[in-house]
Design a protein around this ligand. Structure first.
Ligand code: PH2
Ligand code: MG
Ligand code: MG
Length: 269
């Protein structure tokens, strides 16, 4: 029976009560054998366009005989039961349940992508995952969740923008430069294998440590079949819609470097 990993989040209402109830609901489902939850963590909202309440986040290991799509449907049911409205992509929510991993499965269907496309660089996912699921392997990157989290702590404070299309790469580099003060830097020899000079733009984070090693974040822009293997935390942007791509990219930067976000410096309450 594969073990699946689920992310939980809430930023409306009694957040802890809702996450606790979601765990009970999962346990009560007929085909669910076992559920182990991490501690809940208060986190700054990532990708918010205005003021947003803080999230309570955590993850749960779920042992189930359900197929991934059926578990996904169950998560939707539980979200609905707790007042989730089919809302905006980066909006507030009483309960958000995301299917992160299902054993080593790789699923790309219109309804569901596993591994979850934004899990590998989100602190609010990897920190709780480190507690209960550190040795699980991210099947397309090939790293454990523990190692991904360690990369966010000790990797180089750079973003590698990868695309064969110079124009969209340059335009995204400019957007991230304006928004966060990211600055173009030269590649180091070390990076050449996974991030070829010709197709990569390197951006350094202000006041970061860019000395050496793999970047904390790679963004793959609609590149046909660029492998994620061994890159570490990675966002693949498949949508050709530029507005959508920019939003995904800056939300990823905030997820890796919370101090750059709009809520930075704010005390969690
Ligand atoms: N979920 C999002 C967008 N932003 N930020 C935090 N801190 N936690 C979340 O769970 C979260 C988010 C979209 O699902
Ligand atoms: Mg969701
Ligand atoms: Mg989510």
């Amino acid at each position: 029976m594969p073990t699946c990993l689920v992310a939980l989040g809430s930023n409306l209402g009694d957040r802890a009560a809702t996450l606790d109830a979601a765990i009970r609901d999962l346990l009560a489902a007929p085909a669910v054998e076992k559920v182990e939850a991490s501690a809940w963590q208060l986190t700054l909202p990532v990708g918010a366009s205005g003021k947003q309440p803080e999230f309570l986040n955590g993850v749960a290991l779920v042992e189930t005989s359900l197929a991934a799509l059926d578990l996904f449907a169950l998560l939707r049911q539980i979200e609905t039961r707790h007042g989730r409205q089919s809302g905006k992509r980066w909006g507030n929510r009483a309960l958000d349940l995301d299917l992160l991993l299902c054993g080593a499965a790789i699923i790309e269907s219109p309804a569901l992508t596993v591994p979850h496309p934004r899990m590998s660089f989100r602190r609010f996912v990897l920190e709780p995952a480190g507690e209960i699921a550190g040795p699980m392997i991210h099947p397309t990157i090939g790293w454990t969740l523990e190692r991904l989290l360690d990369q966010l702590d000790s990797g180089s404070d750079r973003v590698a923008l990868v695309s064969t299309d110079d124009r969209s790469r340059n335009s995204l580099a400019a957007t991230l430069g304006e928004r966060f003060g990211l600055k173009r830097v030269e590649a180091s020899v070390f990076d050449e294998q996974l991030w070829p000079r010709k197709t990569t733009t390197w951006l350094a984070v202000p006041d970061g440590d860019v000395s050496s090693g793999k970047p904390k974040l790679s963004i793959l822009l609609a590149t046909p079949v660029e492998s994620e293997r061994d890159r570490g935390p990675v966002l693949r942007i498949g949508s050709p819609n530029q507005e959508f791509a920019e939003r995904d990219a800056w939300a990823a930067v905030e997820a890796v470097w919370p101090r750059l976000g709009p809520a930075a410096g704010k005390r969690l309450q």
